[in-house]
Design a protein around this ligand. Sequence first.
Ligand code: COI
Length: 367
Amino acid sequence: TTKSGLTFDIQPSDQRRTPQERAALLDNPGFGNVFTDHMVTIRYTEGKGWYDARVEPYAPLSFDPASANLHYAQEIFEGLKAYRHPDGTIACFRPEANAARMNRSARRMAMPELDEELFTGAIEALLGQDADWVPSQEDSSLYLRPFMFATDVGLGVNHPSRSYMFVLIASPSGPYFSGGIKPVSVWLSEDYTRAAPGGTGEAKFAGNYAASFVAQAQALEQGCDQVVWLDGVEHRWVEEMGGMNLFFVFGSGDGARLRTPALTGTLLPGVTRDSLLTLAPEFGIPVEEGRISTDEWRSAAESGELTEVFACGTAAVITPVGYVKSSHGEFRIGDGTPGPVTMRLREELVGIQYGSRPDTHGWIRDM
Ligand code: COI
């Protein structure tokens, strides 16, 4: 029973994979390819609230072809990780921040909110069955994917769905970008925008990702790893990289300072981003939430004032950006290798998450 009073009905799988099968899958899982033996499902109906919470065998879901989610995309999701600590216990990093963000996404998409206790209770319930799937190799973790979608049947669009399903699945994962910490190259997208004022950019809404693939494909065509999004009005203010937030390092040594694009309503408010806003000043690195134009990015990189750029998110943690390309030309950041500020922040954050450094902010939640 969770604190919110909901009891999870546990239906253990009779097709659990053997320890040998699991070990083989955990050996080199990649990112988001392998799933554990169970999933959590919870139902919602207007007037009744959340009910029928279960931990059940991981299996396909089936829908009526006229289900609202398949037509009008009321679907939001979250991403967080469970880490194996040195003493063998399992911990999550700031799960309440993900629960709160899911509710902000829900409000934007006219979907129901979910008690924080139910959100974290679902994680605890799933780990109750699948704890053995939390990897212990370095840089590996159990990526948790909570999501919610509309289940009303019917094609009307005069009101949002009145019924929903919340699902939690879990995927043992290695690093998001394979091949170690190597800087990515980015393409500044001028043809496509990710978000506009008043739109859905701030929500972790599936459609934002659907709209991104064509721009990501263009970045690849340009020989770059990732797309960088600019603001939708002037097309000159830097917003995000792919599905991650960006940080810019100006100066170096004791003079290093950070700037990250402010949350103007069109950016995804990353939990990693938020954590770095707290951590960096503790190392004497001031952080400013502001804005940076593509012109400033280029001129500061060329003058050497801009020394490092990195992207951050739950999946890829902190990833250096080494090279920038747009229709106006291309340039490098620093010498194109991971910079000291990037690596220092990464080490500290990862240390807290994996339990090798003290958690002085109350971010770690034992599961
Ligand atoms: C992130 O964790 O940074 C993400 O946005 C998840 C990604 C796989 C969609």
